[in-house]
Write a protein that binds this ligand. Structure first.
Ligand code: ADP
Ligand code: MG
Length: 238
């Protein structure tokens, strides 16, 4: 349903080569975590998958279909950013339903999907509030809820928990893991946090300066890092 294949993907901004040939296969339903230092290209790669940036070369294939020329709205992807970008003048209910409404869904469908997402994320008591009346963690749950409403095949998360305090980070991380189980959707998740990577990932992709250093299950990378760089990020101290 939501598999992803990247083949020889590159991205340059002018003379700056940011993504330098990435090959990656993410299986349908997999939870795949991208880690790597600031500036290594994690967000750029997510934006290429989402269609918010064009790859300079290479292929992006979602669900067996080459999507390089498919606009973001037609990719059946949900992207959850670290800044929540909710509309301040709209209620939680309307924030959650807006995208679906704009894509042409009828009112009954919008209502039904918002109700389902709201129940799944325990947002029912908050539906009539405005974003300013929510805590940071609640806003992030609304942002996730808004993406679920559209029943995407592929979720892209860009450091979604980095603005939350420690306790909320743990709670929201557990919620994301539960959503992954319940929805069975493919998830690609960028984080700086080793604990998030280790606990959420089926596989971790370690990026460094626009290239993939290693891909593997968390314990594989931890016990058997391919090099010092991976060891520094994930591996056990040897
Ligand atoms: P990460 O998310 O891993 O921190 P990014 O993907 O945001 O890294 O950025 C990778 C590199 O690409 C950085 O050096 C950044 O400055 C550069 N970059 C990102 N977007 C642009 C842009 N629109 N124009 C020029 N350079 C960019
Ligand atoms: Mg980033």
């Amino acid at each position: 349903m939501g598999s992803l294949t990247l083949t020889a993907v590159t991205k340059s901004f002018g003379a700056t080569h940011v993504i330098k040939g990435v090959d990656l296969e993410v299986a349908d339903g997999e939870f795949c975590v991208f880690v790597g230092p600031s500036g290594c290209g994690k967000s750029t790669l997510l934006r290429i998958i989402a269609g918010l940036e064009d790859a300079t070369s290479g292929d992006v294939v979602i669900d067996g279909r080459r999507v390089n020329d498919v606009p973001p709205a037609k990719r059946e992807i949900a992207m959850v950013f670290q800044s929540y970008a909710l509309y301040p003048h709209l209620s939680v209910r309307d924030n959650m339903g807006l995208g679906l409404k704009q894509s042409g869904a009828d009112a009954a469908t919008v209502k039904e999907r918002v109700a389902a997402a709201s129940a799944m994320l325990s947002l029912d008591p908050l539906l009539e509030r405005r974003p300013a009346e929510l805590s940071g963690g609640q806003r992030q749950r609304v942002a996730i809820g808004r993406s679920i409403v559209r029943t995407p095949k592929l979720f892209l998360f860009d450091e979604p928990l980095s603005n939350l305090d420690a306790a909320l980070r743990v709670a929201t991380r557990i919620e994301i893991a539960r959503l992954h189980r319940e929805l069975g959707a493919t998830m690609i998740y960028v984080t700086h946090d080793q604990v998030e990577a280790m606990t959420l990932a089926d596989r971790i992709v370690v990026l460094n300066a626009g290239r993939v250093e290693q891909v593997g299950a968390p314990m594989t990378l931890y016990n058997d890092p391919a090099n010092m760089f991976v060891a520094g990020f994930i591996g056990s101290p040897k």
